[in-house]
Design a protein around this ligand. Structure first.
Ligand SMILES: Cc1cc2nc3c(=O)[nH]c(=O)nc-3n(C[C@H](O)[C@H](O)[C@H](O)COP(=O)(O)OP(=O)(O)OC[C@H]3O[C@@H](n4cnc5c(N)ncnc54)[C@H](O)[C@@H]3O)c2cc1C
Length: 419
């Protein structure tokens, strides 16, 4: 097969990482094509968070205002015990002095915003839908990508490129090709149920609330679209985590059942939010196991590399799945622009991002941002406290938060030191 000598990147997967990579490559003048297995990109999923270190990249791509218009700028995090007692409250994003905002947004709004920008800037014909990648082959001159029709399964004509980036998510075929003997995903023994509810704002209308721990049922909730009806109603995202012995397969679209977790919050009618009412009025409920995979030893083979969930599937905790995919994408595009030899660029990308993202995968197992609530639960035996200062000091509270931010790469020191 003939390979053109021009630097052109084939991207496998038009999710958050793949679309961001296309925009970042366009910004540095490198051509690309995207092959995506679904026949139509639909705004699937529920809410996610773009932390300041992730918003820095869409800001560089000129998308900050569009994302702020679609999502909800997060003002603060509030941590409550399962009895609704406030443990800690801290400002976030620009309200905490970062140069970039934190944006809570529907995954579909994020993906559709990226897609619209790709179509405007690169043209709709860079995107090839309904084409599933089945593997890659390469020689010194380039890479051949094997594809099949997603509907019929029939093989399609292979395509060639100088560089291939696998952005094909948690079930990545290229990851399997590079690491055929990899251990199966690691289940943490708990599951997440996620949903959205249309409701009036709670607290500041831009607050993210963490309530309880996964021992008794943990809830995280925050608005992701503001004023959806002209009368101040918001689309409110919520996520519940609770122990579940049996593990389900990873499927972002798996429907969940309200009766599996509603009982955990039966008595959680707080002054600031009626949690059972919010859960009962959900538009839809999805279930996803708390699963991740050990960090890999390598992502890059010659002219092919992994990015986003394909490279570092992590537990959906701490708002880092989309964030790390976005950071991978812009880092890779910058390195491809800086290096003549794409193979050296891919090695440099792996060097820059493999350890950094592996640390986040491991941190998500140990120190979630709400680890503080586990500490309080342990010290109080799960009972209401009289005075918080008898349970934990203000310094200790701050030290816990800073520790998580440092590992996830968004403590103020790391961000302001970044070029
Ligand atoms: C349908 C869906 C819903 C999701 N919902 C949520 C959510 O509610 N909350 C949350 O935090 N995260 C959600 N995620 C995951 C989240 O998008 C990712 O964790 C994160 O954004 C990293 O993005 P990514 O580009 O690496 O992976 P993804 O965003 O998962 O994108 C992977 C893309 O690759 C495509 N693909 C897969 N295999 C192939 C193949 N062989 N050939 C070609 N294309 C392929 C997929 O169709 C998909 O478009 C969801 C993902 C999907 C696919």
């Amino acid at each position: 097969m003939q390979h053109s000598q021009e630097k052109e990147v084939v991207i496998i997967g038009a999710g958050i990482g793949g679309l961001t990579l296309a925009l970042a490559l366009h910004r540095v003048g490198i051509r690309c094509r995207i092959y995506e297995s679904v026949t139509e990109l639909k705004p699937l999923g529920v809410g996610l968070n773009l932390l300041p270190h992730a918003m820095k990249e869409p800001a560089r791509l000129g998308l900050q205002e569009r994302l702020l218009a679609k999502g909800q700028e997060t003002r603060e995090y509030c941590f409550f015990t399962s009895h609704g007692q406030l443990v800690h409250r801290e400002p976030r994003g620009k309200f905490a002095g970062y140069a970039w905002p934190q944006v809570s947004i529907h995954r579909g709004d994020l993906q559709m915003t990226l897609l619209a920008a790709v179509e405007e800037r690169l043209g709709a014909d860079v995107l090839h839908l309904g084409q599933r990648c089945t593997g890659v082959e390469q020689d010194d001159a380039g890479v051949t990508v094997h594809l099949q029709d997603s509907g019929s399964g029939a093989p399609l004509a292979p395509v060639s490129a100088q560089v291939v980036v696998a952005c094909d998510g948690v079930h990545s075929v290229i990851r399997k090709q590079f690491h055929p003997a990899e251990a199966r995903p690691r289940y943490q023994g708990s599951t997440q149920w996620r949903g959205v509810t249309r409701a009036k704002p709670f607290m500041s209308g831009a607050s993210m609330a963490y309530v309880g721990t996964y021992h008794t049922g943990k809830l995280i909730t925050y608005p992701i679209r503001d004023n959806i009806d002209g009368e101040g109603t918001q689309l409110i995202n919520w996520v519940i985590e609770f122990a579940k012995p049996e593990e389900e397969e990873r499927d972002w679209n798996r429907q969940g059942r309200l009766e599996d977790f509603l009982h955990l919050f039966e008595h959680s009618q707080f002054e600031w939010l009626d949690i059972p009412a919010m859960l009962r009025e959900a538009d839809a409920v999805y279930e996803y196991p708390m699963v991740d995979q050990d960090p890999l030893g390598f992502w890059t083979v010659g002219r092919v590399t992994l990015l986003g969930d394909a490279a570092h599937p992590m537990m959906p905790r701490g708002s880092n799945g989309a964030a790390q995919a976005i950071i991978d994408a812009t880092a890779l595009a910058d390195l491809l622009a800086a290096e003549d030899d794409p193979r050296r660029a891919l090695q440099a990308y792996e060097h820059k991002r493999l350890k950094a993202t592996g640390d986040v995968v491991l941190a998500n197992r140990e120190i979630a941002p709400d680890a503080i609530l586990l500490v309080v639960e342990e010290r109080t035996g799960g009972k209401p406290f009289e005075r918080l200062e008898d349970v934990i000091s203000a310094q200790e509270l701050l030290a816990w938060q800073e520790r998580y931010k440092r590992v996830a790469g968004f403590d103020a020191g790391t961000l302001s030191a970044a070029p």
